[in-house]
Design a protein around this ligand. Structure first.
Ligand code: DGL
Length: 275
């Protein structure tokens, strides 16, 4: 493994492409390997035990690709299985979604009222409140968490501007609005796609995109460890990305383009648990 090795990015499915998009923005000269465990998505409604098992299999797959850094591009895995991922990754650096976004939220808030939205597994794990407490134990933030399980299917159906999505978003976000949050962590890979709608409902609230914050940390970690790829990339170049999925549903290309902004070159189907 050296600076020319790829960055490994994995998620329960397609949502991690929102994180990959941010990684490409901050690290345009890197090669990437992306794994989406589409056959077993969603992870967000599953038990901790099973998410841990899946996360271990994804991590082993990443290591088999000789990556120089693993980005756990899934808030659910980052919330419940990060110790397992780090345990297997050994010397390979791992970036999760929770810590970078928590640091950003602590920096952003002025009134101390921080909202967190995510899958059921992420919210029930208390990963964000625990991390915020770890970052600043002296200050008592008012943290309001809300699981928004219907957002993932609505986004995957492409209903970003649909009235049904607006009704559901109003319902999910009303408690956060009532307590006057000034910062909201979008604690799920899919939620950046609803940024506009969420900003309309919670006007003036600073939204924290977990993928964006993780990409900033990835850039810093690679730079500190002299692991940035050194080739010069022409502007508008689409980076070298190997895509792996555990299933390829017919809707894959459309949803992937929604998240990433460009067409994905022929993903390969793989079986996990055999590394
Ligand atoms: N990628 C997941 C997350 O960020 C959302 C989809 C799922 O539930 O697996 O939590």
């Amino acid at each position: 493994m050296d600076f020319s090795s790829p960055i490994g990015v994995f998620d329960s499915g397609i949502g991690g492409l929102s994180v990959l998009k941010q990684l490409i923005r901050f690290l345009p000269s890197e090669k990437f390997v992306y794994l989406g465990d589409i056959a077993r998505v969603p992870y967000g409604n599953k038990s901790e035990k099973i998410v841990k098992q899946y996360a271990i299999e994804c991590t082993k797959f990443m290591l088999s690709k000789e990556v120089k850094l693993i980005v756990v591009a899934c808030n659910t895995v980052s919330s419940v299985a990060i110790d397992e991922v780090k345990g297997i990754a050994g010397e390979i650096m791992v970036i999760d979604m929770i810590e970078p976004a928590s640091v950003a939220a602590v920096r952003s808030t002025r009134n101390g009222n921080i909202g967190i939205i995510g899958t059921r597994a992420t919210i029930q794990s208390y990963s964000y409140p625990k991390m915020i407490k770890k970052i600043i134990s002296e200050y008592e933030f008012n943290i309001i968490s809300k699981a928004c399980p219907l957002f993932v299917p609505l986004i995957e159906e492409g209903l970003l501007n649909h009235p049904a999505t607006k009704i559901i978003a109003d319902e999910y976000l009303k408690e956060l609005k009532a307590v006057n949050i000034d910062t909201l962590i979008l604690g799920c890979t899919h939620y950046p796609l609803l940024s506009q709608l969420i900003s309309e409902i919670l006007s003036g609230v600073q939204l924290i995109d977990t993928g964006e914050q993780a990409a900033v940390v990835a850039l810093r970690k690679l730079a500190i460890n002299n692991l940035i790829a050194d080739k010069s990339i022409p502007l508008n170049n689409i980076p070298e990305i190997e895509f792996y999925v555990t299933d390829l549903p017919p809707t894959f290309n459309d949803i992937a383009k929604l998240f990433l902004g460009f067409d994905i070159q022929s993903p390969q189907i793989v079986s996990l648990g055999q590394q």
